[in-house]
Design a protein around this ligand. Structure first.
Ligand SMILES: NC(=O)C1=CN([C@@H]2O[C@H](COP(=O)(O)OP(=O)(O)OC[C@H]3O[C@@H](n4cnc5c(N)ncnc54)[C@H](OP(=O)(O)O)[C@@H]3O)[C@@H](O)[C@H]2O)C=CC1
Ligand SMILES: Cc1cn([C@H]2C[C@H](O)[C@@H](COP(=O)(O)OP(=O)(O)O[C@H]3O[C@@H](C)C(=O)[C@@H](O)[C@H]3O)O2)c(=O)[nH]c1=O
Length: 308
């Protein structure tokens, strides 16, 4: 893999820097170029004028967009807001990037699939979201692809880290408060470390910049545009993830009282939004194009727990 920084004076516009992935990106991308991360009051993704004005003022070479409406259950009762942020805003970002010749890096989700079958999904497999969140993210993918902007869409899954709102931190909190945790064991997928995703993104931009020295950014983007699956290596269930996390906590803090973790079926844990039973993502394309293998979730879980 080649390494290249942005040309002097060129900028990366980063959205969602207060989020899980955005927080990691704001640290990692600084090693690649000047990062401008407008606050929500300046660039509100629910307001297309504010998106256009901000992009036109900054004139970035790259727009990295981890910002999203991520409240999966709440989206069922707030579809308009979910679509505004996850689809309409992405369309606007794509249009503005196209006008500038900027590259867009966008993040999407395993929830674009219906979860049928037992094999890891590839980028060309049929989508069929079963939730408003998943459908709104799919609409964002399509809008970006149609905008004409050079883009890479990283579909990831089950993101977690030492900070932010995520399943791991919820489970560790509940494990300290309760006797028993009942966790679904029939939804299969892979936890992804937010920092690994950020490092991969930085590496992809560097790779593109290195190639752009010879070919120009437009040609590089046109060669690389598309969807890439980028989930942690290995696979488990939400139950497997929770059980491993609680077990590791036990080992590192012997004597601490922690809940026992019980496996249940999805039907025993009713939620407003349906989740896919199969969330496995095949990440070979990312490896083939950019030489990046995402970290095994068991390894990254240990890294994250050591930070807590
Ligand atoms: N979390 C996960 O498990 C997964 C996430 N993804 C995708 O990865 C990406 C990153 O997710 P993650 O970091 O976990 O998400 P978070 O929920 O942690 O962060 C979302 C970010 O979006 C910002 N945001 C929300 N609404 C607006 C708005 N109207 N205007 C401006 N900013 C806004 C939030 O700002 P504020 O702090 O002000 O609310 C926050 O910074 C998303 O695209 C998500 O769909 C994909 C698969 C799994
Ligand atoms: C807290 C808890 C959850 N669960 C179940 C509910 C659900 O099926 C599963 C995951 O729970 P959560 O609601 O925390 O996760 P969820 O919000 O569905 O996570 C998703 O977020 C979006 C943004 C994505 O893009 C997805 O990749 C995925 O990470 O675990 C239990 O079975 N027991 C519990 O005690």
């Amino acid at each position: 893999m080649m390494v290249g920084k942005l040309p002097l004076g060129e900028k990366i516009l980063l959205t969602g820097a207060t989020g899980q992935v955005g927080g990691e990106l704001s640290k990692t991308l600084r090693l690649v170029g000047d990062v401008v991360a407008p606050e929500r009051v300046t660039m509100n993704l629910a307001n297309s004028d504010s998106i256009r004005e901000t992009i036109r003022a900054i004139r970035p070479r790259w727009i990295v967009n981890p910002a999203a409406y991520t409240a999966v259950d709440k989206a069922e009762s707030e579809p308009q807001l979910a679509y505004a942020i996850n689809a309409d805003a992405v369309k606007t970002i794509g249009e503005e990037a196209h006008a500038l010749g900027a590259g867009v890096i966008h993040f999407s989700t395993d929830y674009v699939f219906d979860g049928s079958g037992n094999e890891p999904y590839t980028e060309i497999d049929t989508v069929g979201p079963v939730s408003v969140y998943g459908a709104s993210k799919l609409a964002g993918e399509k809008a970006l692809a149609e905008s004409g902007a050079g883009h890479m869409i990283f579909r990831t899954s089950w993101v977690y880290g030492a900070t932010g709102k995520n399943f791991l931190l919820t489970i560790l909190k509940l494990a300290r408060e309760r006797e028993t945790l009942k966790i679904v064991a029939d939804q299969h997928g892979a936890p992804t470390w937010s920092r690994d995703l950020a490092r991969m993104t930085a590496q992809v931009i560097q790779d593109c910049e290195a190639a752009a020295r010879d070919k120009g950014l437009k040609a590089v983007l046109s060669d690389s545009s598309g969807i890439y699956h980028a989930a942690g290596s290995g696979e488990t269930t939400w139950f497997g993830f929770a059980a491993e996390a609680v077990q590791l906590q036990h080992e590192s803090t012997p004597g601490a009282r922690l809940a026992t973790v019980e496996a249940i079926q999805t039907a025993q844990y009713p939620t407003s939004a349906k989740r896919p039973l199969n969330s496995r993502l095949n990440c070979s394309k990312l490896m083939e194009r950019f030489g990046w293998t995402m970290m095994d979730w068991r390894y990254s879980l240990r890294e994250v727990l050591s930070e807590l």
